[in-house]
Design a protein around this ligand. Sequence first.
Ligand code: GLU
Length: 270
Amino acid sequence: MTTPPAYRGRIAPSPTGFLHRGHAATFHAAHERARAAKGTLVFRIEDLDPQRSRAVYAQAALEDLRAAGIFWQEGPDVGGPFAPYVQSQRKNFYLAAWKKLRDGGFIYPCARSRKDVQNATQAPHAEDDAEPIFPTQWRVDTAEALKHETPAGVNWRFKVPNGETIKFNDALQGEQAFEAGKDFGDFLVWRRDDVPAYELAVVVDDAAMRITEVVRGADLLKSTARQLLLYRALGLQPPGFFHCPLVLDEHGKRLSKRAGATLLNPARVG
Ligand code: GLU
């Protein structure tokens, strides 16, 4: 009998604003799950978007979480064998994954803009995370991909297996199922401004950091289905998932980083 790998969790804020109570609830859960399993918690800064990320928010996140009693064993301020833990310093890992996906025929270069997609599709349903589905007639033959030595200059999309239902068992929310091509379409893995997309970066990092359970907000449930397709395409073993309920404000709206009163540390001024 083989022993299962020791628990490794992570907290992975995007430094695009000060943390609010919703983040705190999720990160508390991540901390608690790792502690209960006598595991390791990794802190990773998801600062790939140069337009929105600020060093001051990354620093504030480290301080506010420590002040809230959340501690981690690996991360930018404690070091460790898998450093760096700052996504903007990990471009080579993402590039290697992009090459693998390109060579495997999983992705294609796409010249359509977000506006094109919006114009071509019907208005999405009222659900929070509804999104326009990328029209399949705009797919580009994946053979085109091999003409590109590097990803920069054009968007790259993952060709989803239309009609396949992606299932997973969430440790908190139970059985989940999303249909490729219906619940989500061909999604971005790399942006034309040479920034790896969230879905790709998070899969590469969770695998490289040997994360055994991902604890995050329920707004990312559908993203998990996309990410499972990436794990499969890259030949990587996916972790388990635990999606926390979203914290809502008194009007039933999701908390936003701009809502000052709900900040984890109210002394921060947005
Ligand atoms: N960086 C993402 C956020 O702050 C979380 C990503 C994840 O946990 O997978 O919303």
